[in-house]
Write a protein that binds this ligand. Structure first.
Ligand code: GUN
Length: 281
């Protein structure tokens, strides 16, 4: 039976450490402040933004939530970002995605000052992940690396398979596992014989967005299975992994909810703290 990687408990540990660091900066007169911009009324986004605000409260980071109506134009949003970029007391800026269809997300991300881009979504920060000269790591992949470290799982010399090639999770995840000296394969919708590839994985990360996608026959006995999926089925939140069946085969598994999700938010706090520290020097 797989050991459950408790993302909530590990996340609480991380947040307690961040809280100490935020307090230490406050002693030196340095405040840490995150601005979160949300456009429209997507219910999932509203929950995510609420969780981010809660994490700020837990860690002592000041937060400013800017809620804009769904009809907001791209120009109006850019003007808000210009304002946040120029305010010295704002260390981190996050625009919650997805944005309404009439707004070009790439264009918006490009308008966030890279030094305040705590999601690490802009081209400069994505490029820095490749070379290892990064200031911020993207929150979900960084959270997964932290979960592995704190669970005593090393990627060094291991077969690591990532399913999914998004710019936010799959691609940066593969690079971070490579930095950890893993042997990394990225699978996607055109991959042939997917289960043959995934069965080689000592560490299997699924970021597909389909409930029940990873079945027990796709998993090597003893593997660490990391589930990034957040899918809604009959009003219930589930991951990509068939949790019950895969738990019987895997060595470690992350639950959904309570696995990767809380760590993503904790890494956002870490990036905001880092931004404040860098801005003060
Ligand atoms: N929407 C879903 N996940 C994320 C995230 O990590 N950052 C932002 N900005 N939007 C998201």
């Amino acid at each position: 039976m797989a050991r459950i990687i408790d993302g909530k408990a590990i996340s609480a540990e991380v947040r307690a450490e961040i809280k100490k660091d935020v307090a230490a900066l406050a002693e030196k007169g340095i405040k840490v402040r995150l601005a979160v911009v949300i456009v429209g009324d997507d219910p999932a986004s509203q929950i995510y933004v609420r969780n981010k605000k809660k994490a700020c409260d837990e860690t002592g980071i000041d937060s400013e939530i800017i809620a804009m109506p769904a009809e907001t134009t791209e120009e109006e949003l850019i003007s808000v970002l210009d304002g946040l970029n120029s305010r010295r007391e704002i260390n981190g800026i996050l625009v919650q995605l997805p944005l309404p269809k009439h707004i070009n997300e790439k264009n918006i991300i490009a308008h966030i000052d890279p030094k305040k881009d705590v999601d690490a979504f802009c081209d400069e920060n994505v490029g820095r992940i490749m070379t290892g000269k990064f200031s911020f790591l993207p929150c979900t992949p960084a959270g997964i690396i932290e979960l592995l470290h704190r669970s005593g799982i090393s990627a060094e010399g291991k077969e690591c398979v990532v399913i999914g090639r998004s710019n936010i999770v799959g691609k940066p995840m593969a690079i971070l596992l490579l930095h950890e000296n893993g042997t990394v394969t990225i699978c996607h919708s055109k991959t042939k014989n997917l289960s043959e590839v995934t069965r080689r994985a000592d560490i299997l990360v699924s970021a597909v967005g389909k409930a029940g996608f990873v079945t027990a026959d796709m998993v090597k006995p003893g593997a660490a299975v990391i589930d990034v999926g957040i899918n809604r089925v009959d009003g219930k939140v589930v991951g990509d992994v068939d949790f019950d069946a895969v738990s019987a085969v895997a060595g470690f598994i992350t639950p959904v909810p309570g696995g990767v999700g809380p760590m993503t938010v904790s890494m956002l706090m870490e990036n905001t703290l880092e931004a404040a520290w860098k801005a003060s020097r």
